[in-house]
Structures are given as structure tokens and as C-alpha cells.
Design a protein around this ligand. Sequence first.
Ligand code: HEM
Length: 182
Amino acid sequence: MYGMIHQAAREMVHTVADAETWSVILEKSGLDEEHFISAQTYTDDVTFALIGAIQGVTGMPIGDLLAAFGRYWIEFAASTSYRSVMEMAGNDLESLLNNLDRMHTSIKSTMPDADMPSFIVVHSDAQRLEVEYRSSRSGLEMFVKGLLEGLLERFDDEGDVSFDVREDHVAFTVDRRAAKVA
Ligand code: HEM
């Protein structure tokens, strides 16, 4: 994945922990500064080595860590030069998800080697939104859950995010009723 993803992980650790923790993680991961160039692409092994080292050092369960990273990514992306791209993609969850594939495609013009996922909103009403997520990668469901939670927060919206792994996609549900009752 692109170095921008690694930069976000580094920022997250600095925000929730400290520089010393980051040094330990960096050492454990076997990565060095060369792996944090935003516009450079690295194999997924590099990205997963970094995530594994964060998990090893913080002791966070991998699912919790991926979800936290997903939530963090929304804030991070909005703080970079891609802020306007995010703003143009929509001001509510449904609009943004409907525009997300187009948005990732436009980002690909600056990051041509990116292997982008696909999101299709298949249902939306006041109670519930359902979106199908497809990717060539597997095991990122909790990251996507965190991304959706981060988007809800961005739009001052509420909802419980759950998912069901199907044969060729993962079906996500954002249940707005459950959040209102809780
Ligand atoms: C301006 C904001 C965003 C930027 C710049 C951005 C950029 C990227 C980049 C560079 C990758 C890595 C692809 C690769 O290196 O192969 C990626 C992956 C991904 N993005 Fe975005 N993205 C943004 C917003 C979002 C949002 C709002 C979502 C919400 C669901 C999202 C969902 C994902 C997922 C799930 C992946 C992992 C790849 C996979 O599933 O295979 N992104 N994005």
C-alpha cells in the first residue's frame, strides 16, 4: 500500500501513545524512514508488518486496532491535501459512500498503483444503510467498520456498524435505530 497509509499509522501512534513507543514499534516492524514516503507504493507485507508491530507493542487486539485505525484514517485524510477531495465527495454518509469509488478512482490519478476497494450502497432509509464492500484483500473488515464509524462521527450521525462476510463481498449494515435506542 502507499506510504500515506504508513504515515497515518505513525501519526496515530504519536497521538495515542508517544514518540518512544513509536521508536520501539519501528524497530520491531523492521521498517525504516524509507517506508514512509507518501507517494511511494510498498507491498502489503510491509503494511501488515507495521500493523503487526503496533499490535505487538500496544497489546491491542488486532480487530480493535484495525477499527481504531479506520476511525483515525478519516480524520487523517481530512487533514492532508486530500481534504477537499473528501469534502467534495459528500456531506452525509450515503452521499459519500455513493461517491467513494469515483473518489478513489480520482485519487488513483496521483497514486496509479493503488489497488482500490469498491463500495456499493444497496439500501438506505432513515433506519438502516446497507453497503457492500469488495476488495482484492481480505481481513480488513474491522478497518472498514472503523472507517464507517469515523464517517458517522464526521457527519454528526449515529449508528451501530455490523458486518457479514459473504462469498464475494462483505455486507455492512449501519443500524441507526439501535444507536438511538441505546
Ligand atoms: C480523501 C480521502 C481518502 C484517500 C486519500 C484514500 C486513499 C486510499 C489509498 C491510497 C489506499 C491504499 C490503496 C493501495 O495502496 O493499494 C486506500 C485504501 C482504502 N480505502 Fe481509501 N482513501 C480515502 C478515503 C476513504 C474512505 C472515506 C473510505 C471509507 C470507507 C476508504 C476506504 C478504503 C479502504 C477499505 C481501503 C483498503 C483497501 C482494500 O480494502 O483493499 N477510503 N485509500
